[in-house]
Each structure stands twice: as C-alpha cells, then as structure tokens.
Design a binder for this molecule. Structure first.
Ligand code: GLP
Length: 244
C-alpha cells in the first residue's frame, strides 16, 4: 500500500480511494487471505492521510466482509469463508458441512481424553455409575478461519481410545458402526466472553449461538452430547418449514 498509488486512484473522498486501493491489492494478489494489514497508525503515517480516513476505509471494508477485525490482533484480509448457511434439518458433521462448501475443515485440540462425566453428562448419556466418557474439545476452523468451539462427550465404551478421532468424530464413530442416525439440537443466543471469545477472534461479549446436540443410535441409545459456541457473525441457520 504505497502513497503514490493512493494519489493515482481517481475521484471520490479519500477514504473511498483508500478502499479502492486495498481492494485492488487483494484482486492483484499482493494481499492474500489472512494477511494482516498494518496498524491504523502506521497506515496513516505511510500514506500521509489521517487516522480517521484509515479507520473509515477499514470499517467500510469490514462491513462488506472484505476485511475482518480480530479482537486484539488487528485487521486481516477475509478468508472468503463469509457467512455460512447451515441447514438445520440434516444430521451432518462439521467436516461434511465444510467440505460440501469447498472449505478445508481443521481442528485445534483443547482436550482429548478419557475421564469421569459430570452428573449432567452421565444423565444425558444414560451412563451406569463409574462409567467414563471420551471428551473431545476443539476449536473448529474452515480454511484456517475459526468458526466454532465444540465440546463433545461420547461413552468411553464406544471410543475407548480418544486418539482415534483425528479430524472427524463422526468418521471415528462410523468406523466402529456407531454413527448417530438421529439428533435433537437446541439453539440459544449467547454472548461469549473470556477464552472462548478470544479463540473465535471475537471481542468479549460478542453474539454467538450456543448449540447443544444429543445424538442417538438406531436403537435409541445416546452416542454423543455436544455443547458448542458458533460465531454469530459467521452463521445463518436455515430450516425449511412445512404446513402440516
Ligand atoms: C457438528 C455437530 C457436533 C458434532 C460434529 C461432528 O459440528 N454440531 O455435535 O460432534 O458435527 O463433526 P466431525 O465429524 O467433523 O468431528
């Protein structure tokens, strides 16, 4: 982003010319997804414009989805993931959901262990006393963009070695003939704070969807209890409604 270029951009207020210049840098590949923009102060100094101009230009491009602000770490070129439209009526996995959109799903592990369930987990999974759970806590990413934090428990008798889950929990369950066939999902609005907001790249108190999924095997046994936080600014949940 050079001052000569800004001077070369024609017409309109300065902040719009700066936007045109940033869009141009992205189109020409000089800025690529997830590249960080210089700090507002540095951009203003090197382009000989005011910080107000830089801020206005950036805010506009953030609103358009061209740039994304990550709390505490600055402004980045969007990965192009944009908002994801997620149907609510099909029992799919995160991995399948992202792949079907041409995005690469990955996970950053927060916890993968065998341990004792909480009393709520034991009740929901229908565990006998002293039965243990495999715990899978992950930050889930699509094309390196954080999308959701998921905390899943599965009876340990079903997945005694939690390390079998490398990428997809549902693939690991399918491999032992235990892929769920039905689930009940509950969605709530929530403001995320603390570590969860930071991992999702959100300012503390940002809007998120809190989703709980209880999944069942064909014989009615519960195989999975998952609590997650999905980024409110990244998801549209869509359901088809029929008059019955
Ligand atoms: C979705 C569901 C989770 C489920 C996960 C499995 O994200 N909300 O309840 O555990 O899919 O995804 P994967 O097989 O990619 O681990």
């Amino acid at each position: 982003l050079a001052p000569e270029r800004l001077a070369g951009e024609e017409g309109g207020p300065l902040y719009m010319r700066l936007q045109t210049m940033i869009r141009g840098a992205i189109m020409e590949g000089r800025l690529v997804p997830n590249d960080a923009l210089p700090a507002e102060r540095e951009m203003a100094a090197s382009l000989h414009v005011s910080r107000v101009t830089v801020r206005k230009a950036i805010q506009g491009l953030v609103a358009e989805g061209v740039l994304r602000q990550r709390h505490g770490s600055g402004t980045f070129v969007s990965s192009g993931v944009g908002r994801v439209e997620q149907p609510l009526s099909r029992l799919t996995s995160f991995t399948e959901d992202m792949r079907s959109r041409g995005l690469i799903p990955t996970a950053s592990w927060l916890e993968r262990s065998i341990g004792m369930p909480t009393s709520a987990e034991a009740m929901i999974l229908g565990l006998s006393p002293a039965e243990r759970v495999a715990r899978f806590n992950r930050l889930r990413l699509a094309d390196n963009e954080p999308m959701a934090i998921e905390r899943a428990v599965v009876p340990a008798r079903i997945l005694p070695d939690p390390l079998v889950v490398e990428n997809s929990l549902y693939d690991a369950l399918a491999a032992v003939g235990m892929r769920p066939v039905r689930a009940v999902q509950r969605l709530n609005a929530e403001n995320v704070g603390g570590a969860d907001a930071a991992m999702l790249g959100l300012a503390p108190g940002s809007a998120a969807l809190s989703i709980e999924r209880i999944s069942y095997l064909p014989d009615g046994r519960v195989v999975e209890f998952t609590r997650s936080h999905y980024r409110g600014d990244a998801y549209d949940f869509v359901a088809e409604l029929n008059l019955s």
